[in-house]
Design a protein around this ligand. Structure first.
Ligand code: GDP
Ligand code: IMO
Ligand code: MG
Length: 430
């Protein structure tokens, strides 16, 4: 069966873009199903480092058709900027290979202003959003007051809807003490964008299902991470969509029987950007080591916001849970090379909550904030591993660590990423 779903297994930035690019080599269609330009997916091909926000990472494999699905929220200005940047380096972003769902929702300047104003109003309990308007756009979607991409087919009517939407949002902005927006300016900018994006619009559910009937291989590229999922993540410190595997079905519109592979992508340690609980977070020189200085593009600083990412040990309690809710058939472990040189390594195998040992994350945030990780320790390794291509090239300590993670999570780990470049992968076999 032809559908693979790729999901971030932690709090985002696991290396999904890099893994999607690899899986895209053996796919015909790559489709994003959730999120918007809060995502930042990095793909490295030779000397070229590409950061994708809305566009599926399959765009860097020239045989692939890319779909922006109905589950996404799309800022037309960001999308066009991304397309122009890709076109400038010779990548075909024509409607022959990029299609945008008529059912995707539009992020407006009012959504962005509201995201910022909401965060300011939350004060100390701010979520730490990317301030791209994601939450307010999904709120309009569920409130049934959103503007959909399909409305761009009639640009005049689209501009009118936008004008009215900004006027209504200005009341909310005033209530939050934020500056109102000029509806005329916003409508004009979006009108120009609509004219350019119109040729890309399609019913993507029809497209994906007809390609599936023809036997095409479809890769669904998740954004964010399972622990940021609106239902299953650390609510309220989550994003406003469903990045988990279930989100692929609704975010693209196909049935569950088409899926035969659900690939979880996890970092060999843990990172989080934004607020919310992170039981294995470190605040010492090891965190600084994992984070890096910011000089390398792979250092742990947000792709979208450049915020330093919080760093800590691999949390097998969380991973077991995300493996369960997604039904991972395999796990890909990234950034193992970053752990070279750590004298010893820890993994959370359970938590202690009020003196009790627990092996599942509590669903209530107040409890999750109180848990203390129970760690198991491992010997580190000193050898650089970026050149490894088979298990035989890896130090014994790496294999001991990976085998133990596999046993703790209960999902086969078939592939290791040992660097950001296309060929820096080790396939372990099944
Ligand atoms: P995504 O949002 O899940 O696609 O991940 P990001 O692109 O935001 O962050 C992952 C960062 O790590 C990017 O800079 C990648 O190029 C880089 N990366 C991915 N896998 C590896 C790896 O195995 N080793 C190293 N050193 N960097 C990696
Ligand atoms: P990729 O796809 C990491 C986090 C934000 C914040 C929370 C809500 O690159 O892995 P939002 O703007 O979505 O309302 O913010 O979610 N967040 C991410 N963290 N990687 C991402 O995407 C993220 N997208 C959102 O930092 O904590
Ligand atoms: Mg990212």
């Amino acid at each position: 069966m032809p559908v693979t779903i790729l999901v971030g297994a932690q709090w985002g930035d696991e290396g999904k873009g890099r893994v999607a690019d690899w899986l895209a080599a053996s796919s015909d269609v790559v489709a994003r199903y959730a999120g918007g330009d809060n995502a930042g997916h990095t793909v490295v091909v030779g000397e070229q480092v590409t950061k994708l926000r809305l566009m599926p990472s399959g765009i860097l494999q020239s045989h692939v058709t890319c779909v922006l699905g109905n589950g996404q929220v799309v800022n037309p200005i960001s999308l066009l900027k991304e397309m122009d940047d890709l076109a400038a380096v010779g990548i075909d972003v024509s409607p022959r290979r990029v299609i945008l769902s008529t059912r995707a929702h539009i992020i407006t300047p009012a959504h962005i202003a509201l995201d910022k104003a909401d965060e300011a109003a939350r004060g100390k309990s701010a979520i730490g959003t990317t301030q791209r308007g994601i939450g307010p756009a999904y709120m309009d979607k569920t409130g049934r007051t959103g503007i959909r991409a399909g409305q761009m087919e009639d640009v005049e009517q689209f501009a009118e809807s936008l004008y009215q939407h900004i006027r209504a949002a200005n009341e909310k902005l005033a209530h939050l003490g934020a500056q109102p927006l000029n509806p005329q300016d916003a409508a004009q900018a979006y009108l120009d964008a609509a004219v350019r994006l119109r040729p890309y619009l399609k019913d993507t559910a029809l497209f994906v299902n007809s390609r599936l009937k023809e036997g095409a291989r479809v890769l669904c590229e998740g954004a964010q991470g399972s622990l940021l999922d609106l239902d299953h993540g650390d609510y309220p410190f989550v994003t406003s969509s469903s990045p988990t595997a279930g989100g692929a079905l609704t975010g693209l519109g196909f049935g569950p029987m088409s899926v035969d592979r659900v690939v979880g992508v996890a970092k060999a340690y843990a990172t989080r950007v934004g607020s919310g609980p992170m039981p294995t977070e470190l605040d010492d020189e090891i965190a600084d080591r994992l984070r890096g200085t910011g000089e390398n593009f792979w250092d742990e600083y947000g792709t979208v916001t450049r915020r330093p990412r919080r760093c800590g040990w691999f949390d097998a309690v969380m991973l077991r849970y995300t493996a369960m809710i997604n039904g991972f058939t395999e796990l890909i472990l990234t950034k193992l090379d970053i752990m070279t040189g750590l004298e010893s390594i820890r993994v959370a195998v359970a938590y202690e909550l009020d003196g009790q040992r627990i092996t599942e994350p509590p669903s209530q945030i107040e409890e999750l904030e109180r848990v203390e990780p129970v760690y198991e320790s491992f010997a580190g390794w000193t050898e650089p591993i970026g050149g490894a291509r088979t298990a035989a090239d890896l130090p014994e300590a790496v294999l001991i660590y990976v085998n133990r993670l596999e046993a703790l999570v209960g999902v086969p780990i078939r592939t290791l990423s040992v660097g950001p470049e296309r060929d820096q992968l080790v396939e372990l076999g099944s």
